[in-house]
Design a protein around this ligand. Structure first.
Ligand code: SF4
Ligand code: SF4
Length: 483
């Protein structure tokens, strides 16, 4: 009988396409485009313990930082509306905004560098989305609906009194938690005192603020109760540009296919023999690594964009390996090159370049921060004024002054004329006493002998002194009447 090679080719192609389907489809979306709900099994192991520690430490920090006070300032305040930032008790005024922007850029670059070295480690370990979803909302869900098997059974079951009660309770608690999280984030923006006012004062006084809070709380509720892992898969921009940062030397959660393949479920003979056939790969195709995955992917298909490096599959597979008496680490933190070529994990030239840029950025930001003047002075000619005659031989100009004391100590401030010689400065009101962490406004006029002036527009030099020490030199314009 003649073999139908074409038919075999087609079948082979279909199998190859099915095996590569994960590249074109999201594991959490059905073929018809509908959502495939992801139920994740809980894991136990060293990475789970470490992640629990990191997550609950970060949650503790997140919930306490706005309430901790240093010199009466919150530990963290990111008031973008008034451009006032407090980071670890240090106040950054609008004049320091460049430092905040540079610091933010350095932070983003730091995440990019970490991604190129350790994959999406930010996503699985420190991202607020993951922390709240995995360590708060899913925990509450488990408390109310039971473990993942009970959750699946409850979802499949027809509506009953018990199902309705559990679902209603879960969503009510989710709504309350979303409201609390919204308040928490708001306390980072407007501060706890303003937030307290917003909550306690009559709603009619804060219609727009309360409306924004309801909208944001609804958004959080939608993300944590329904959208969930889709935020990491389709919405998060960081997840999208991650593919440009990783390379085969990136250390990420990786399946050791050389050791694991060919995978096969234990046969009857294996079970009778009480062990597994040594002649094949170590993967027994139990699927545990998939059932624990929060993004429902199969890490055995290789490093994928959807992998948030949560390490749940490492712990799941390690416990399987321990049970079948094989070495752990079939799935582990390593690079694709280490698995395929047996090389030792190292930094590629590209990553070394990223690290150099990051170190330069850190040095620049640190230097600028350390050189930041303790007292800032903004001096401008008073708008709408020209010049004024003082006696027979002097011309005066009026100036406005803004002094900012960025320190936690009171200061005495003084403005003196450095150039030209013979000029005098007369303060209008007392602006010399600068309270700590405060802004002081003032006015003064400078009078210059006519002989020291050269034409209509002259440049004069003023010195800003804090506690008797010159901290700044300001050049400004002095206008003389046209001759
Ligand atoms: S958990 Fe380990 S043994 Fe089980 S399917 Fe995954 S890789 Fe294979
Ligand atoms: S593949 Fe493993 S590390 Fe990646 S997201 Fe899934 S469980 Fe987490």
């Amino acid at each position: 009988m003649e073999t139908d090679y074409h038919h075999l080719d087609v079948i082979g192609q279909q199998i190859a396409e099915e095996q590569q389907a994960f590249r074109n489809e999201l594991a959490s979306i059905n073929k018809d485009g509908s959502r495939k709900w992801v139920y994740t099994q809980e894991t136990h192991g060293r990475y789970t313990t470490a992640r629990n520690f990191v997550a609950y430490t970060l949650l503790l920090f997140l919930f306490t930082a706005p309430f901790v006070r240093i010199h009466d300032n919150p530990l963290i305040l990111l008031n973008v509306l008034e451009r006032k930032f407090i980071i670890f008790g240090i106040v950054f005024w609008p004049q320091d905004f460049y430092l905040v922007v540079l610091g933010l850029l350095t932070f983003i670059l730091g995440i990019a560098v970490f991604t190129s070295i350790l994959g999406r480690i930010w996503c699985g370990w420190t991202c607020p989305q993951t922390i709240f979803l995995e360590f708060v909302f899913r925990k509450v869900e488990k408390l109310i609906e039971g473990n993942v098997h009970k959750q699946m059974a409850l979802d499949k079951a027809p509506m009953s009194g018990e199902k309705f009660a559990r679902k209603a309770l879960k969503h009510t608690v989710f709504l309350v938690m979303s409201w609390v999280i919204c308040n928490l984030f708001l306390s980072y923006i407007i501060g706890t005192d303003e937030l307290f006012k917003l909550i306690t004062e009559p709603p009619s006084q804060h219609i727009s603020g309360l409306t924004a809070m309801v909208v944001v709380s609804g958004l959080f509720y939608g993300v944590f109760s329904r959208f969930r892992e889709q935020a990491c898969l389709v919405a998060c921009p960081y997840g999208r540009f991650m593919s440009a940062l990783v390379d085969p030397d990136t250390v990420a959660v990786t399946y050791d296919f050389k050791r694991g393949e060919p995978r096969r479920k234990p046969s009857k003979a294996d079970k009778i023999a009480g062990g597994v056939n040594e002649a094949r790969g170590d993967c027994i195709d139990c699927g545990q690594c998939v059932t624990v995955c929060p993004t429902a992917i199969d890490i055995r298909n290789g490093i994928q964009l959807e992998c948030v490096n949560c390490t749940a599959c490492i712990d799941a597979c390690d416990s399987v390996m321990t049970k079948i008496k094989k070495p752990t680490g079939l799935i582990r933190y390593t690079s694709a090159n280490a698995v395929t070529k047996g090389t030792i994990n190292h930094f590629s030239t590209r990553v070394k370049g990223y690290i150099t840029v990051l170190l330069v950025m850190i040095t620049v930001v640190t230097t600028l921060f350390l050189r930041r003047p303790e007292v800032e002075a903004i001096i401008m000619r008073q708008p709408g004024t020209l010049s004024q005659k003082v006696g027979d031989d002097k011309i005066a100009n009026f100036y406005t002054l803004q002094l900012i004391n960025k320190t936690f100590d009171p200061k005495t401030a003084e403005i003196r004329v450095l150039e030209p010689q013979g000029a005098t400065l007369t303060p209008l009101g007392d602006y010399t006493r600068l309270a700590e962490q405060n802004v002081q406004h003032g006015r003064f006029f400078v009078a210059i002998p006519k002989g020291a002036l050269n034409g209509t527009y002259n440049t004069i030099k003023l010195g800003v002194f804090a506690n008797g020490k010159q901290i700044k030199e300001v050049k400004t314009t002095f206008i003389a009447p046209a001759k």
